[in-house]
Design a protein around this ligand. Structure first.
Ligand code: CDP
Length: 234
């Protein structure tokens, strides 16, 4: 374990359940939880609000340098409020889940300048330890020294079902096929970009959640953490 407390990195493709499980484990252990996807989503929210082109790297980079991003735990008891993200003081936790953000976020997240700007923020957030950070490049680029690295997978169909259910429950009128298309498209852009692509770090443990309940995945990970704490390794 690192001197400053446990560091857990979770990576994996879109809608694989990283946030659901990550938050549950963080709450159980009293850890800080950082969803780095929310940071890219918040930037995308601001880019769209300012009517900037998602390809204009220089303008977006300028916008990022003038943007304040804050992450706060609003309540430790409620999972929904375990993690809120603020951009220039505005709480955008809910708004960044809009399908419009899904359609644009990967275009912005692939821009090297933007990723470089956001790396130091993410590294800084992890420095105290006792943290779960999730995203696409956490185990590989942001926290390569993480104590425990997990890589989540689930079938395309299962991931589409989960995201479709989530979005329709929130009242979005969206087509199942469209949800699937967006997930696949994002995965393709995220894994094929040159700079810090979605990848399984060499020493990450693979977690396939396709046929497992949330409780089962949670327990599987708690076991990995317990073993790590007992042996000092996975
Ligand atoms: O929740 P979901 O799995 O749909 O996505 P997310 O984790 O909120 O991430 C949204 C998008 O941000 C991803 O599709 C990536 O384009 C980008 N992202 C990234 O590039 N690097 C990260 N570490 C996290 C997210």
């Amino acid at each position: 374990m690192s001197k400053k407390g446990l560091i857990i990195a979770i990576d994996g493709p879109a809608a694989v359940g990283k946030s659901t499980i990550g938050k549950l484990i963080a709450q159980k252990l009293g850890f800080l939880y950082i969803d780095t996807g929310a940071i890219y989503r918040a930037i995308t929210w601001k880019v769209l609000k300012n009517n900037l082109s998602v390809n204009n790297e220089d303008l977006i980079s300028m916008l990022v340098s003038k943007t304040q991003i804050k992450i706060n735990r609003v309540s430790s008891n409620s999972l929904k409020d375990y993690y809120h993200i603020f951009i220039d003081g505005k709480d955008v936790t809910e708004e960044i889940r809009d399908p419009k953000i899904d359609q644009n976020v990967s275009q912005i997240a692939k821009l090297p300048k933007i990723r470089k700007q956001l790396i130091s923020l993410q590294k800084k957030l992890a420095k105290e330890g006792n943290i779960i950070m999730e995203g696409r490049d956490i185990g590989s680029v942001i926290l390569p020294y993480a104590d425990i690295k997990l890589y989540f997978i689930a079938s395309e169909e299962e991931r589409t079902k989960r995201r479709y259910k989530e979005l329709t429950a929130k009242g979005y009128k969206i087509d199942y096929k469209e949800v699937k298309k967006q997930i696949m498209k994002r995965d393709e852009i995220d894994s094929q970009r040159k700079y810090a692509p979605l990848t399984k770090a060499e020493n990450a443990v693979l977690i396939d959640s396709t046929e497992k309940t949330i409780e089962e995945v949670k327990n599987e990970i708690l076991k990995i953490i317990k073993k790590y704490k007992e042996n000092g390794k996975k």
